[in-house]
Design a protein around this ligand. Structure first.
Ligand SMILES: [Zn+2]
Length: 164
């Protein structure tokens, strides 16, 4: 786990980059077909045009999502590029943020970078990912194994429905 002092990081224009193994992104697990793949990130401290401290975040990689139509695996390329304004808890509460287009996070002396990257990925995920039209079920020789997996998934979905 990598923790940064976010305001200090922005003030001194630091850069941090690295890889996150997909199995460590625990909150993403329900959305994924499997754990393979890796996520690369780079976070850069800076100031915006109005001299406010920001973190610029770039995330790339490929995740395996589950198609909501055929329940098969689909590659989901990650290309996230975001600038997050750092605001104090007081500013956030006062809603003094006037330009609606800025995304912001609360400044923290112990910001967990992996958790931040995970948040951004989750925000960007499609609500119901699907293969393109006519692209479902083209998985060739692995189709039989996939069917066994889908049956287990369907039972699990039924269990979840029943428990409500
Ligand atoms: Zn599909």
């Amino acid at each position: 786990m990598t923790v940064i002092d976010s305001l200090e990081f922005a003030r001194t224009a630091q850069t941090l980059s690295g890889n996150l193994p997909v199995p460590e992104l625990a909150r993403l697990r329900d959305s994924l077909f499997d754990d393979s793949g890796e996520v690369r990130f780079e976070v850069r401290g800076a100031r915006d045009a109005r001299r406010r401290p920001v973190l610029a975040l770039d995330i790339s990689g490929v995740l395996h999502l589950r198609c909501q139509r055929c329940l098969g695996m689909m590659d989901y390329p990650l290309r996230i590029s975001n600038t997050l304004l750092l605001v104090s808890a007081g500013e956030a509460a006062a809603e003094s943020l006037d330009d609606g287009e800025s995304e912001w996070i609360e400044a923290s002396v112990s910001l967990d970078v992996a958790s931040l990257v995970e948040d951004e990925i989750i925000l960007g995920l499609p609500y119901a990912p699907r293969h393109g039209e006519g692209q479902c079920g083209h998985e060739g020789t692995s189709a039989k194994a996939d069917n066994a997996g889908n049956a287990a998934f369907t039972r699990l979905a039924a269990l979840k429905r029943n428990s409500n």
